[in-house]
Design a protein around this ligand. Sequence first.
Ligand code: TRP
Length: 449
Amino acid sequence: MNNNRSTFATKLGMIAAAVGSAVGLGNIWRFPYEVGQSGGAAFIIIYLICVAVLGIPLITSEFLLGRRGRANVGGTFKKLAPKTKWGVIGYMSVLASFLILGFYSVIAGWTLEYVYQAFCNGFAGQSSAELGESFKSFSTDTYRPILWLALFLAANFVIIQSGVKNGIEKASNIMMPFLFAVLLIFCIRGLFLPGAEEGLKFLFKPDFSKIDSSVILRAMGQAFFSLSLGMGCLVTYGSYFSDKTRLAKTSVTVVALDTLVAILSGVMIFPAVFSFGISPSAGPDLVFITLPNVFLQMAGGYFWSILFFILLAVAALTSTISMFEVVTAFIHEEYNVSRKKATAWIISLCFVLAVICSLSIGPWSDFTIFGKTIFDLFDYVSANILLPLGGLLVSIFVGYRLDKNIIKEELSNNGEFKVNYLNLFVFILKYVAPVAIIIIFLSGLGLLG
Ligand code: TRP
């Protein structure tokens, strides 16, 4: 059954797909507002520690599991630990995928509305306050966000249906280079805005009094979210890696580029936030209100605003396809459903969840659970609970359960080159990662007193 399983065709395509999964709304939309709400530079430092210490070994572990298992996330654990309960990770991953896709696709839909607005020159002549108002009236509307949502999911359908090589890899190869080029231009522009220093100070000058256990939990949650960790996404992509792919090197590349994009997004946004007198803790709306402001001040802003929102949509798309692929591969392989059929069902189900999330921002915003709207609840539960839990299970599985020879074989591509970090790798997975995740997790939820 595995002989005709796909792999990525080229090394560059593999990197584009993996980085495409990692780089997304998490970097450009979520990172800046988490930074804004959690006090700036101090949050970023904790974030960087999480990314380096937990991110690199965990991404490597997911890649390793996937390539060894050569199957979807559920199948991989079943293969590597037959007749045990580890296969449960498959179901957890599916649940997390749906929760994330539910709120994520809504935001992705918003980016399409903004592409449209940019085309129609809809931002022209609006003050900051008016831009805020227009965003609010759009995002709380009943039908309009759902329309864009449907369009966005349709794009996912087309790509996922076309398979790994012709869908995911091709799409990533086209979309990722653009993203990087344009982001860089916006950063440079942001730095020249009057009052940019305020924003840079906020980003790079830490105030450690802002740090408490809930900030640390959020930083870890953001790290997992941004790196696509903890729900089998990278296991699934790893299962399409060629035998020649160097796993650790690929992880470092993914982490480096993902972190770069997050920081660049901060540099792009915060100078503008301070320059235009918007509160940095604006929350999820931040990008949609500040950036149109920036464009209005830019030479050629009309053109740039179109390009920017297209790219935001593109960043979202390369990430959602990676989440859809987790579920598609799972249903397709574990339940013998054709890829086409699986895709259609999954995307329809996601549509329903996303509609609920979208309505929870508008007409249903009074309905809350634990003080959160459904949208916020999906975001919080997935990033701060399910992903750390998934990461914990992966570290325990690779650290304790998996044969060390398997780890060595995978990291060295069957002895093709030397791996001098093997012991450090296993040590982190055995002791550092599980302990750190458990402590951060419990204290962040307020369970350690
Ligand atoms: N990492 C992506 C982003 O930053 C989102 C994402 C894709 C994701 N796949 C994931 C998040 C898996 C958590 C788990 O936008």
